[in-house]
Ligand binder design. Structure first.
Ligand code: GRF
Length: 221
């Protein structure tokens, strides 16, 4: 008793899970005072599930077919996560829009990583859209999830240049490298109790911010 208990994270995935891997690695290396407790996928063959199993993490496929509605599916997800005492839900390449059912079960406790500088380029295929738009810079954003599409309060952003000759693949790879830095950092700040949502803004408390590597969130004081 009296020991500090690690924050239990539940990660929702649909695909290859490289961001999941960055979270697992940060927790295992103790760069983040948290542990990935469960990984849940809406796709049975998501490689992310395999990544979880390799680290001895419970990996569950929850079939969206048959659940009846998006809300019913999210209520299944909420059940799985609540049963396991999850304190933070991380969306990591989860290809479904979450409904208020899940958001209300975890108020201010769901994060997402997005491969663009929000509010520019929300939604899908955003690296291609940045190229088509002729943007000189794009980036990555970690944000809290609200009921809109990629609209929640921003925690950390990182800017990534668009280079001459970039393809969707090359730009995606450059952005992904940065995603793997900022997602564990956002989770670390949260786990240290250093994040507070005030309206649209995320305030980072002093102690947690002081040890941070890169901080676009608003430091306190
Ligand atoms: C990442 O680009 C993430 O920003 C977006 O989906 C992709 C997931 O990649 N939401 P991975 O499955 O984490 O490798």
């Amino acid at each position: 008793m009296g020991d500090t208990v690690d924050l239990a994270i539940g990660v929702l995935v649909s695909g290859r899970g490289s961001n999941l891997q960055s979270l697992i690695d940060a927790c295992e290396a103790r760069r983040c005072p948290a542990r990935v407790r469960v990984v849940v996928s809406d796709k049975p063959d998501a490689f992310a599930l395999e990544r979880a199993r390799r680290h001895g993490i419970e990996a569950i496929f929850v079939d969206p077919k048959g659940s009846g509605s998006r809300e019913a599916y999210d209520s299944l997800l909420a059940g799985v996560l609540l049963e396991r005492g999850i304190g933070l839900v991380c969306l990591a390449g989860f290809m479904r829009l979450v409904t208020p059912t899940l958001i209300r079960a975890f108020p201010g406790r769901i994060m997402n990583i997005h491969p663009a500088l929000l509010p520019a380029f929300p939604g899908l295929h955003v690296q291609r859209k940045a190229l088509e738009h002729g943007a000189r810079f794009s980036g990555a954003t970690v944000h809290f999830v609200d009921e809109g599409v990629d609209t929640g309060p921003i925690i950390i952003q990182v800017v990534v240049p668009v280079l001459p000759g970039d393809t969707e693949e090359s730009l995606s790879a450059r952005i992904l490298e940065q995603e793997h830095r900022i997602y564990p950092e956002a989770v670390r700040l949260f786990a240290k109790g250093g994040l507070r949502i005030e309206g649209r803004r995320v305030i980072v408390a002093g102690a947690a911010a002081a040890a941070g590597v890169l901080l676009n969130p608003v430091p306190e004081g």
